[in-house]
Ligand binder design. Sequence first.
Ligand code: NAP
Length: 473
Amino acid sequence: METDLFIGGKWVPAESRFDVLDPATGDVIASVADGTVAHALAAVDAAAGAARDWAAKPPRARSEILRSAYTLMVERAEELAKLISLENGKALVDARGEVAYAAEFFRWYAEEAVRAAGSITTAPSGANRIVVVRQPVGVCVLVTPWNFPAAMATRKIGPALAAGCTVVLKPASDTPLTALALAVLLAEAGVPDGVVNVLPSRSSGQVVSAMLHDSRVRKVSFTGSTEVGRILLAQAADNVVNTSMELGGNAPFLVFADADLDAAVDGAMIAKMRNGGEACTAANRFYVEAPIAGDFAARLTARMAGLRLGPGADESTQVGPLVNEDTVAKVDSLVRQALDDGATATTGGTRPAGPGFYYPPTVLTAVSPGSAILREEIFGPVAPIVTFDSESEAVGLANDTEYGLVAYVYTGDLARGLRVSEALEAGMVGLNRGLVSDPAAPFGGVKQSGIGREGGHEGMLDYLESKYIATNW
Ligand code: NAP
């Protein structure tokens, strides 16, 4: 497969290369060209050079290219799933789910490309008309994480291309291969040279900073940690670059005593274990009303203990390894601290010996309210459980975080469900559902979980400027 940089429709080698590892073994699976600042500026050149023609292309033509990309992605679903599993480690079942989800962003934005409507109104004074047209923002820098190497890229490329923008994608260094495979696919779908450029690089800080300080770049869309998001927001301020930030989460999962417990445990398994726990939407803290807490913990423990841990590529695997050594060490350290603070592991809780970056599905009960595991994003297969006694206490605990991406609520009382959903400080709520991600819905966070929305119609508006023309006729 292609392992060079994709700039201006050509595969460009680099002087140095970096290794991509198989998380199941720690072995090297590929070596990828390491983009430099000079390459980054060449990619901006290519994107800027292609911008005018792409923006002028009829929306229907852009739509049809995106639709071809969707079709190709569906045709290559198995191949792409294997690649994702190989470089990210996730179980094939999760990788297949990701490809299907990722492809839907191309289909959804193929449909949205022809709906970038403006408006005409009469000024309140009656003196003139207010005409609003939508225009592409321009050249966009897209920076993506390793946990969904395909979906986080298509969730940005789809709306950007639909809106008429050109892009430079900087994928995570742990998972550049999927992004390069997407570059091949988009070129085959008919995306003109320079419209999508893909720049793997180990010098992420330098190359992204160089691009954000190039005055031709008009937007940065970032998905990743809140820590790096803060750095990019500060850099974007220098040239007043548009920003979309999809950052970290610390999702609370609330279960009230009146909930359907079977449904709550099913939802908890999805919210916690989709992608092996490596999701920004992962349930990070379980708050369960006291009368049912024991029953909930026992059922969740049985389900978690029954999951098969193994190499992602093995068809029988339900939970693959985590992406790298740092991630597994962080998860292990959070669990050790929680146990030291008095928690009990009802399953898991010990890192297995042997090669690969494995961590077992783990449930912790009697977690101390001060434990770091309740404040930090775990990003692994660990479910800490805390009990509560009242609705107001549950909402208070859920909101006691600087994050606000998603929250989950299980209750049999619809009025309570909607009341609590409104009170939760989160950009998204799963009400009696453990999965919120949907290409047709606006995905995003409040507080330090982000700025802007991806998906839905709003996702394309993030790549469009409104131009107001004051006129008389
Ligand atoms: P990360 O360390 O913030 O990295 C994300 C991306 O930023 C990678 O491409 C990385 O490149 C790059 N990067 C790192 N330092 C940079 C810098 N100084 N300047 C510019 N770019 C830089 O996050 P991650 O560990 O890959 O992903 C996990 C995080 O993503 C979690 O916090 C998770 O919650 C969040 N996430 C959020 C969403 C959402 O929609 N809200 C979705 C998925 C994930 P390198 O790989 O080369 O370091």
